[in-house]
Design a binder for this molecule. Structure first.
Ligand code: PLP
Length: 392
């Protein structure tokens, strides 16, 4: 890819005053579905079934089939999906759960809420995911679960991470909150471990019109335990003796109805994300920034986010904002640098790769329905600012 080709793509962008490019524009993919959504909501409202019921069960069947697993249990959000999956695995005080130092804070909140101790592992800069070579040193006699995070929609190396547990009885729970539809070695993300947790937060690749989440698994007993935990150990007729305190953490039936309508569009939306990412890769080639690591042999990336790494990131973000280009930072601090998490006992410098990434990551606009012209405009603005910063 030559700089000339990259420039040709950018130069095809229209000039003049253009509207802002949003980081995410949910209305683009939602607008064509609105009539169907209204009709489904009317139907469900007339039905009067607002919790549990056949619509939730239908979505659970559809999403389990999509993920290539036997069971799906709809829950209130992705954090609860992780938390209830851990509780269903009987994880609690005295246990340790290993995860990546650069994940969204919800992953470690879920671990901590069970009473278990979160143990962090640095990332491999070549993949952006938990480094399997460091997992062996992080696991020990009280490690119960390891949570690989498919951050930004890129499959984490689950088999290598599991192998690094060295034959100990450690369960793999995938954090698939950002990776609906991604694949690794011909299998769907969500089907690679004992269980997986999804979030249906509105901006996710499959998002509700509010909060939602799911646990998927092939293990019937585990699914049953999550079902009991999300709903007070079952209804009064079939309530079982609590091994763990349950709660209200169901996926709303209305949200399940909307997710069921949206699911058949997910593959197409993911292809749109992948096409925009491919366009960025060409248009940003040769610039002084790191493109998101991705080797096609590592599976099917679904680009929940398109995250570049760049020096003087905050200055660049401010300049792009002045140019009408919105950006995001996912995430500004690794977990051990988040206020309130000092009790984990880590210090600055403990996870150098995650710390370096946090200082440099910048998420560019990317969502289903983003136009080529918008991608070109973002790339053109980046090229202008980066070439100005480095005239050589
Ligand atoms: C990697 C990751 N894990 C967990 C979560 C938690 O999901 P929720 O926000 O639905 O609780 C998210 C959501 O942002 C996430 O991105």
């Amino acid at each position: 890819m030559t700089a000339r080709k990259a420039r040709a793509i950018i130069d095809s962008a229209p000039t003049g005053e253009a509207p802002r490019v949003a980081l995410v524009d949910l209305a683009r993919s939602l607008a064509p579905l609105l009539p169907d959504i209204h009709a489904r909501l009317d139907h469900l409202a007339a039905d009067g079934a607002f919790t549990l019921g056949s619509e939730l069960e239908a979505f659970e069947r559809d999403f389990a089939a999509f993920c290539g697993v036997e069971h799906c249990v709809g829950v209130s959000n992705g954090t609860d999906a992780l938390r209830l999956a851990l509780l269903a695995m009987d994880v609690g005080a005295g246990d340790e759960v290993v995860t990546a130092a650069n994940t969204f804070i919800g992953t470690v909140e879920a671990i901590a809420m069970t009473g278990a101790r979160p143990v962090l592992v640095d990332i491999d800069p070549a993949t952006g995911a938990m480094d399997p070579r460091l997992v062996a040193a992080a696991v020990g006699p009280v490690t119960r679960v390891v949570i690989p995070v498919h951050l930004y929609g890129r499959p984490a190396p689950v088999a290598e991470i599991a192998a690094a547990c060295g034959g100990r009885p450690i369960v793999v729970l995938e954090d698939a909150a950002q990776a609906h539809g991604a694949m690794l070695a011909g299998r769907r993300i969500g089907s690679l471990g004992k269980a997986a947790a999804f979030s249906f937060y509105p901006t996710k690749n499959l998002g509700a019109l509010g909060d939602g989440g799911a646990v998927v698994t092939d293990d019937a007993a585990l699914a049953e335990a999550v079902r009991a935990l999300r709903h007070h150990q079952g209804s009064s007729g079939d309530r079982r003796a609590p091994t763990r305190v349950a709660c209200t953490a169901r996926l709303d039936t209305l949200q399940a109805g909307i997710l069921r309508l949206k699911l058949p569009h997910l593959e197409r939306w993911n292809e749109q994300r992948r096409a925009a990412a491919a366009r960025y890769r060409v248009a940003l080639d040769g610039l002084a920034l790191e493109l998101p690591p991705h080797d096609p042999r590592d599976g099917r990336h679904v680009y929940h986010l398109f995250v570049v790494a760049v020096e003087r990131r905050d200055e660049l973000a401010a300049a792009l904002d002045r140019d009408g280009v919105a950006t995001g930072i996912h995430y500004p601090r690794p977990v051990h640098r988040e206020p309130g998490w000092e009790w984990l006992g880590y210090r600055e410098g403990d996870f150098p790769a995650a710390e370096s990434a946090a200082a440099r990551v910048l998420s560019l606009p990317l969502f289903p329905g983003i136009t080529d012209a918008e991608v070109n405009r973002v790339a053109g603005a980046l090229r202008r600012h980066l070439e100005r910063a480095d005239p050589a």
